[in-house]
Ligand binder design. Structure first.
Ligand SMILES: [Zn+2]
Length: 98
């Protein structure tokens, strides 16, 4: 792994896998299957309103559809920091311009 641009190196190493997972997510979407997450109330959900909801309007432990950024999700899965990756790319481009 290149110590100067570890995120670029990671991305290059998993490029084919990333493409496969991206296609799999497309496949799921075409079948009407979406990602979901169980909601657990936090401090930011506000005070209790009614029996089970808070200001967030959600019910604790109920599954809700989520639509995270696909790129962010795949990068997180592969341990790639998107901000660091962008900084590495900019540094590489700056190096080429000199
Ligand atoms: Zn909540």
């Amino acid at each position: 792994m290149n110590e100067h641009n570890p995120n670029c190196t990671k991305l290059a190493a998993v490029d084919a896998q990333l493409g496969t997972l991206d296609a799999f997510l497309d496949f799921l979407g075409e079948k009407g299957i979406s990602l979901g997450a169980y909601h657990d109330h936090t401090e930011t959900c506000g005070p209790l309103e009614g029996f089970v909801t808070r200001e967030c309007g959600m019910v604790e432990h109920r599954l809700y559809p989520i639509a995270p950024s696909r790129t962010d999700l795949l990068y997180e899965f592969f341990g790639i920091d998107p901000k660091a990756l962008e900084a590495e790319r900019r540094a590489l481009l700056d190096g080429l311009r000199r």
